[in-house]
Write a protein that binds this ligand. Structure first.
Ligand code: GTP
Ligand code: MG
Length: 197
C-alpha cells in the first residue's frame, strides 16, 4: 500500500479490530453495518471500493476472510463477515467462525443494517434467503447488492436486475467494485440511516 493510500485509509476507514468473540469486539455501542454473502461474492472488494482504499483483504481464493473484521468509520463500523457456503476451510475452523457469525447476527445490539452481496450472475440460494429472513425477523434494514455487474453487458444487466428483484421481492442494487458503478446507491442507503462516510 502506498504512503498516500495508507494516510487516506487512516483518515477514512481504519482497520480496527479482528474478532471471533464478543469480548474482542468494540464495546463503544456505535452502530454497525454488516457485509454478508457467499464466499467470493465480493464483500471485501466492496468495502475497499466504498472507502476508496484497500483496508479489507480480498482474494480470488474463496474463504479469505475468516474473522469478523471491524473498520472504524465516523461514529460507526463497517463489519466484514466471513463468507458462507465455502466448503474447503477445515470443518473445525468453519465451525468456529460459523458460530461466531451466528452469535454476532442473532444477538449483536449495535447491528443496525446488513448489506447482502451476491454475484449478479447467480440466483439466491438457501443461505441468501436465510439472510433475508434473518433481517426481517430482527427488523434490520437489508440492502441487497448484486456484484460484478462489469461481467455483463447492458442487456444482461437489465435481465439479471429484473430476475433478482423478482426473486428477492425487494430492490436490488447492481454494483461493480471494479468500475465503481452503483456504489453511490449503497452509500446513499447507508446514509439514509444517518451514518456518514
Ligand atoms: N469483475 C469483478 N470482480 C470482482 C468484483 N468484486 C470482487 N471481484 C473479485 O471477486 C473475488 C472475490 O472478492 P472478495 O472481495 O475477496 O470476496 P469476499 O466476498 O470478501 O470473499 P471471502 O472473504 O472469501 O468471503 C476477487 O478475485 C475479486 O477481485 C467486481 O465488482 N467485479
Ligand atoms: Mg472477504
Amino acid at each position: 500500500m502506498s504512503k498516500a493510500n495508507k494516510a487516506k485509509g487512516q483518515e477514512k476507514g481504519r482497520f480496527t479490530v479482528s474478532a471471533l468473540t464478543f469480548a474482542e469486539m468494540p464495546r463503544n455501542n456505535l452502530s454497525e453495518v454488516a457485509f454478508m454473502g457467499r464466499s467470493n461474492a465480493g464483500k471485501s472488494s466492496l468495502i475497499n471500493a466504498l472507502l476508496g482504499v484497500k483496508v479489507a483483504h480480498t482474494s480470488s481464493t474463496p474463504g479469505r476472510t475468516q474473522r469478523i473484521n471491524f473498520f472504524a468509520m465516523p461514529s460507526w463500523y463497517i463489519v466484514d463477515l466471513p463468507g458462507f457456503g465455502y466448503a474447503k476451510t477445515s470443518k473445525a475452523q468453519r465451525q468456529r467462525f460459523g458460530q461466531a457469525v451466528e452469535e454476532y447476527l442473532t444477538t449483536r445490539q449495535a447491528l443496525v443494517a446488513g448489506v447482502l452481496i451476491q454475484d449478479v450472475r447467480r440466483d439466491p440460494e438457501d443461505e441468501e434467503q436465510m439472510v433475508v429472513a434473518w433481517a426481517d425477523s430482527r427488523n434490520i434494514l437489508l440492502i441487497v447488492a448484486a456484484s460484478k455487474m462489469d461481467r455483463l453487458n447492458r442487456r444482461e444487466q437489465a435481465e439479471r436486475h429484473r430476475a433478482l428483484e423478482v426473486q428477492y421481492g425487494r430492490p436490488v442494487h447492481l454494483i461493480s467494485s471494479r468500475t465503481g458503478e452503483g456504489l453511490d446507491q449503497i452509500k446513499a442507503a447507508i446514509r439514509g440511516l444517518g451514518l456518514t462516510f
